[in-house]
Design a protein around this ligand. Structure first.
Ligand code: ZN
Length: 300
């Protein structure tokens, strides 16, 4: 795909795009909402001499759901060309922040984007694709105050199998990788498997590569009894979700084994679900490959 590389070279050669003003200045209200949402109680972010949490930097240039009329950047041409060439999948792979100094309420910022790299074609577990890297610099007047280096994989989603080969694939597919494979294999064989540290024996969910308690990378699993209680839940009404009829319930289920797991509560009206409700796991074949653990009302 030489033309994609040619376009990338052209976009990279254009260097940094125009400095666009952020929608609003750095402000205390947004800082308060952010620190509350993050549970960050650092006193530096509160009171009359508050600074903005550095990690908020991208917040200041977010356009919001209704968006301003965004000025197109050369990067958009490259991403559009990748879409047009069939690399429609997108997943963020890296994000690095650099903070040059703290920001204080009232500061007006601009941000500018520069595309720095495109590599590919690469084979990945998600499909073949290109890694595109760009850098955003935030300025207060002419002073660079923060930078972000961001990398995306734009990939060609793997072909779905034709219907003659089996049932239509369920559109919402979990990410199956070396850390989570055992869980999905378990679901296919009717077991609710919970990852267990191979050294200290602690159970953990969702699965991950390292034990948060003893840092061991040895892992095994335990088979859970399959019972639990609804610890928390939401009823999803909107937006529409492919393969699902709304409304449906997404719950955090607490298992007697001591971990919590996210799943749908089925076989009962969403209005009947409540916190503390006993549930039992059930395994549903969604297509030829995917079995999902779901939760039905159970005995207390
Ligand atoms: Zn451990």
């Amino acid at each position: 795909m030489t033309d994609l590389h040619d376009l990338a070279a052209k976009v990279i050669a254009e260097g940094e795009g125009p400095r666009l003003p952020t929608p609003s200045p750095v402000d205390r209200t947004t800082i308060r909402h952010w620190t509350e949402a993050m549970g960050d109680t650092n006193p530096r972010y509160q009171g009359p001499d508050a600074i903005a949490p550095p990690a908020m930097i991208q917040v200041w240039s977010m356009d919001g759901l209704n968006g301003r009329k965004r000025t197109r950047a050369p990067l958009d041409d490259l991403l559009d060309a990748l879409d047009a060439a069939g690399y429609t999948g997108v997943v963020a792979t890296n994000c690095e922040h650099i903070y040059h100094r703290p920001l204080v309420p009232g500061e007006e910022l601009t941000s500018a984007t520069r595309t720095t790299d495109m590599t590919g074609l690469k084979k990945t577990a998600l499909g073949d694709g290109y890694f595109v890297t760009w850098q955003v610099t935030w300025y207060a007047q002419d002073e660079p105050v923060a930078e972000m280096i961001f990398r995306l994989l734009k990939f060609r989603p793997r072909e779905e199998r034709s219907p003659s080969e089996g049932r239509k694939p369920y559109p919402l597919r979990p990410a199956v990788n070396r850390d989570t494979e055992f869980f999905w294999e378990g679901a296919r064989s009717g077991e609710l498997r919970i990852q267990k540290c191979g050294d200290c024996g602690e159970l953990r969910h969702p699965p991950g590569p390292v034990c948060p308690s003893c840092r061991s990378v040895k892992r095994t699993y335990a088979v859970a009894a399959g019972t639990g209680v609804v610890y928390s839940y939401v009823v999803h009404h909107n937006p529409p979700v492919p393969g699902r009829e709304t409304p449906f319930v997404v719950a955090v289920v607490e298992l007697p084994e001591g971990v919590r797991i996210v799943g749908n509560v089925v076989d009962c009206a969403p209005a009947e679900v409540e916190i503390g409700m006993p549930v039992r796991v059930t395994f549903r074949e969604m297509d030829d490959e995917l079995t999902l653990p779901l939760w039905t009302p159970g005995e207390s």
